[in-house]
Design a protein around this ligand. Sequence first.
Ligand SMILES: [Zn+2]
Ligand SMILES: [Zn+2]
Length: 173
Amino acid sequence: MIKITITQIRKELGKNQPFSFKVSAEELGLNEEQFSVEEDVLIDGLITNKGTVLEVTGKINARLEQCCSRCLENMVTVLTIPFSEEYREIELKRNEENSDSEEINYFSDDEIDITDLIRESILLAEPIKPVCSETCRGLCPKCGANLNINTCGCNPTKIDPRLAVLGKLLSKD
Ligand SMILES: [Zn+2]
Ligand SMILES: [Zn+2]
């Protein structure tokens, strides 16, 4: 659980207070199948008292262990993920029952738990198709050799230049 103590800041309108955490994937509730972090995740941020809400902003630094989507070698992706969220005191909720308050986060005690915010931010930022390098040549479709390391004896298929252009466009997503 990653909790920011707000005992002081909630009383001080307009003030801000820095925070920083170093947490493991386990503490974030991320299991290894979902995601593998190479080192602890670093979180730095600032909490600001804006009157009706406390604003939490900052950035996450995480090193993910992934497989290259082309050559399947292990690789490390370094992510810097910004986050920003507002939290409102739970007592204020009763007055707003009819407004669409689904997007609003609430706090009740002297702590704000940002575990979910951090976990969701990392999962959203995780690259779906990571590549170890933009120039990664991938695996030979015939024999499976890693073409970054060695060339195999298979004949490279001749590609129509017009199709090659199309291929480039498709791989840009
Ligand atoms: Zn690769
Ligand atoms: Zn081959």
